[in-house]
Design a protein around this ligand. Sequence first.
Ligand SMILES: NC(=O)c1ccc[n+]([C@@H]2O[C@H](COP(=O)([O-])OP(=O)(O)OC[C@H]3O[C@@H](n4cnc5c(N)ncnc54)[C@H](OP(=O)(O)O)[C@@H]3O)[C@@H](O)[C@H]2O)c1
Length: 351
Amino acid sequence: MFMNILITGGTGFLGTILVKRLVQKQHQVYVLVRNQSKLEALYKHFNEQERQQIKVVEGDLLDENLGISSSVLAELAKKIDAIYHTAAYLSFDEEERQRVFDINLTGTKRVLELATSLDVDKFIHVSTAYTLGEQTIGEEKLHSTNRSFVNTYEESKCHAEHLVMSYQGQMNVMIMRPAIIIGDSFTGEADTTFGLYGILRTVKLLKKKVERKGEPKQNFRLLIEKDTVSNLVPVDFVINMLMLGLTYGEDGKIYHITNPNPPTNGEIFDAIRKGLDFPHVEIVSYSEANELTEEERKLNQPLEVFEQYLNRSITFKRENTKRLLKQANEADLSMDQEMLLRIIKGFDEQE
Ligand SMILES: NC(=O)c1ccc[n+]([C@@H]2O[C@H](COP(=O)([O-])OP(=O)(O)OC[C@H]3O[C@@H](n4cnc5c(N)ncnc54)[C@H](OP(=O)(O)O)[C@@H]3O)[C@@H](O)[C@H]2O)c1
C-alpha cells in the first residue's frame, strides 16, 4: 500500500538504505536533512525519476520544532502516514554526554511532537539492543532507566525508548532494537565507521604497515575474548525487519533485530584474517593485557570503548521478532561463516 513516510537520519548508514528500500517500494519519502553535502551523497543513489519520490524537509534535531518552518509544517499536516526515527548521535565519548542526550533524547521528543502535530498513524523508533546496559539477558520489554549502563549513548537511547512508549494512545508506536549492524549480506556494502568497522580499519592499517615495513616477528595481539559472542546483524536483515514493522508491527511492541546465532569473536577473527588476507593478527584474553608491547598497547587503545561489548556474551530474547517474521512468512537470519567472510571481503573491496 502506498504511503507518505517521513524519515529522520535518512542520510546515515542505516537511513540511506531504508530510503532506498522505501523508494523501491514506491512510497513517497520525506527526509529530514540538516546537511547539504549529506543530501547530495544520498541523491547519488537515485536516478532523476526516483528523486521525485524524495522530498527534503530541512531540519535539525537540536532545534526547537526541529527547525521546520511553519509553512512546511502546514504542508505536511495530515499527510504523513508513518515516521521512521533513525537519527541519533552514536558517540561513546563521555565528554559529549550533553550533546548525546540533546540529540538522542530531546531530539526524539521533538520528533514525537512533530508526529502528534501531523497526526501520524505509526511511529517506528530505531533504538539499540544495548539499552539493556550491563545485563546479559535482554527481554523485548522496556528496560528500567535506573541501571548501570556501559556508556551515555546506551543510557540516552534507553530514556528515549521510555519517552516513545509514553506516546502510546496518541499513535501506534513501536521500537526496533538492532544489535551491531554490519554490511549487506550479499555485497558487504557498509558506509559506516562504527562497531566492527573500527576493528576492521585497525587491522587494515596494520596490514598497510606490514606492507611498508615487512613481516612482523610475532603476531599483533588485540585484547578480545575469543569465546564470547558478538551480535552482528547484516544491514539488509535490519532493513527487512524495519519494513515488516511498517506492515505488521504491533502498537507498543519492542522488536529485537538481533542474530539468533551470533558468531564468537574467535570466528569473527578467523573471517577477518581470511577476508583481509592478513594472518598477523590474533586475539588474546584481557588477562594478558600486561604482556602487550608498547606498540600493541597503542593499537588496543581505540578498542577500549568496546571492551564491555567484546568481553561479554548477551542473550537477546526475540519472541516478538519471530512472530513478525512468521506473520510475513519470512525466513529468520541465518548467518554462517561464509556470509561473514563475504561481508568482510566487501568492506575490503569498498575501501
Ligand atoms: N550502526 C549500528 O551498529 C547501530 C546498532 C544499533 C542501533 N543503531 C541505531 O540505528 C540508527 C542509525 O544508526 P547509523 O549507524 O545509521 O548512524 P549514522 O550513520 O551515524 O547516521 C545517523 C543519522 O542521524 C542524523 N543526525 C544526527 N544528528 C542529527 C541532528 N542533530 N539532526 C538531524 N539529524 C541528525 C545524521 O545526519 P547527518 O548525515 O547529517 O550526519 C545521520 O543521518 C541510530 O538510531 C542508532 O542508534 C545503530
